[in-house]
Design a protein around this ligand. Structure first.
Ligand SMILES: [Zn+2]
Length: 464
């Protein structure tokens, strides 16, 4: 960078700006923390510092709305410093985090967590709160205290108790009254519990057991119930990690029938195959598991993504080290995959290889999560927006490697895959956190981003 001055503080020059609606060659002028102007490339420019983006795409900073950094919770698996370094490295400028081992289900715990995280994040972060079946009445105070969204499970998983039947209906009414978004992990408790009993009794321990335990039927049944309750109550339910085109089609049908339900998906469902669990065992244990069986499944998922049946993408980053994954048998191994290091690389590769478009990627991994979770001023490159930016060099092909993973996991299920494109610069609120592919050496300056209920007070109650 050269020439610091007054007209704009920083200019990103010569790149192609991508928004959900298209792409244009524009220079991005940044004043303070905001985008001051988007101007034709040869406009005269007075004395700003310059990032040379010739040959590059200029994208909004990505918003990963579903990550687990386990800090506090399980620091052997992940930490905020490591997880947010990986985010900054890959153009992600905002994350929404929650950790099941240290659930935020009271206002006191939300405050303690905010206190703990001060100075530990390289990118901005929101915090989701967990729904406990006997604490649905407390959601209003959590929402007003700044929770980004609520996370509920329809099955007993990761130590979080199931919300189903009458409790799900009560949850729908509660979040609808608050106008708060709620991310729901959808697997039917009765079906998964019955599958588990049967498979354990048969002494099954191979990697494929996960797909039979966490079955397609279990996910379909729970996702449909959640879509129905959304329709009945107006709840802004998001089905977490919808794993197959069948689930996405069912949710699209529910939306056509008037349900406000949205579908989240993650790269592991678009890229990994069900059969990998046979050889990889616990290294492919996550739930719902990968469902792709053949080229047709893969094509159906990408067309669902391109058609908008997938509302937004997240990593569902839930890392463990290889050693932690492989310590016991398949039943004991922790669920989850590391993902924050690879989500944008995989989506960029899909766009640069024409399985999708960059426009669709910035919609699904930036604009749409900003809308779903009410993250003001982020997710789009436009005048007045917060200057969170990812500059991407589309040239060249590289191999994804365990050695490049910044997450404490230290490995990736995509090691050995070759991808096109890479993030070269990341700006957080107008200043670089990644420069020429290197993390900027500075004290972490990520800020807490409160949810939409924080300043607005009890909007739901006022509306009723
Ligand atoms: Zn998750």
């Amino acid at each position: 960078m050269t020439r610091r001055g007054a007209a704009a503080d920083l200019a990103i020059r010569g790149g192609t700006v991508v928004t959900p609606d298209g792409r244009r060659e524009l220079d991005v002028l940044i004043g303070g923390e905001r985008i001051a102007a988007l101007v034709p490339p040869d406009a005269a420019l007075e004395g700003a510092a310059v990032i040379d983006a010739r040959g590059c795409f200029v994208l909004p900073g990505m918003i990963d709305s579903h990550v687990h950094f386990m800090d506090p919770g399980d620091p052997r698996r992940e930490s905020f410093p490591a997880g947010t370094a990986a985010a900054a490295r890959q153009g992600v400028t905002t994350v929404i985090e929650h950790t099941h081992q240290w659930p935020v289900n009271t206002v006191a715990r939300l405050r303690r967590k905010r206190e703990h995280l001060r100075g530990r994040a390289r990118v901005d972060y929101g915090l989701a709160a967990h729904v406990w079946p006997d604490r649905i009445g407390a959601l209003g105070e959590l929402w007003r205290a700044g929770a980004a969204y609520f996370k509920a499970f329809t099955c007993n998983t990761h130590g979080v108790p199931a919300i189903e039947g009458a409790a799900l209906l009560e949850l729908g009414r509660a979040v609808s009254a608050l106008d708060a978004p709620c991310l729901v992990h959808c697997e039917d408790e009765l079906i998964t519990a019955r599958n588990e009993r049967r498979l354990r009794a048969a002494g099954r321990t191979g990697g494929v057991v996960v797909a039979q335990w966490r079955s397609r039927e279990a996910e379909r049944a729970a996702a449909s119930a959640v879509a129905d309750v959304a329709r009945a109550t107006g709840a802004r339910f998001v089905v977490a990690h919808a794993s197959s085109a069948d689930v996405l089609d069912a949710l699209a049908a529910a939306r056509s029938a008037g349900s406000p339900v949205l579908a989240e998906c993650c790269p592991q469902y678009l890229v990994l195959h069900e059969s990998e669990a046979r050889e990889q065992g616990a290294l492919r244990k996550f739930t719902p598991p990968a469902r792709i069986r053949d080229a047709r499944d893969e094509r159906r998922l990408w067309s669902a993504f391109n058609a908008g049946l997938i509302h937004h993408i997240s990593s569902d980053h839930a890392p463990s080290t290889r050693r932690q994954k492989l310590a016991g048998d398949i039943w004991e191994a922790p669920f989850g995959l590391p993902g924050i290091d690879t989500t944008l690389p995989l989506m960029l590769d899909a766009a640069l290889s024409n399985r999708t478009t960059l426009e669709r990627v910035v919609e699904a991994y930036a604009a749409a999560p900003a809308r779903a979770y009410g993250i003001a001023g982020k997710g789009r490159l436009e005048v007045g927006a917060i200057a969170d930016v990812a500059v991407v060099d589309p040239a060249g092909v590289r191999e994804l490697r365990d050695a490049d993973v910044l997450s404490r996991a230290g490995w990736t299920p995509y090691a050995g895959m070759t991808v096109r494109g890479r993030v070269v610069h990341t700006l957080l609120r107008g200043a670089p956190v990644l420069e020429d592919g290197e993390l900027v050496d500075e004290a972490p300056r990520g800020r807490f981003v409160p949810g939409a209920g924080y300043a607005a007070g009890d909007r739901g109650a006022a509306r009723r």
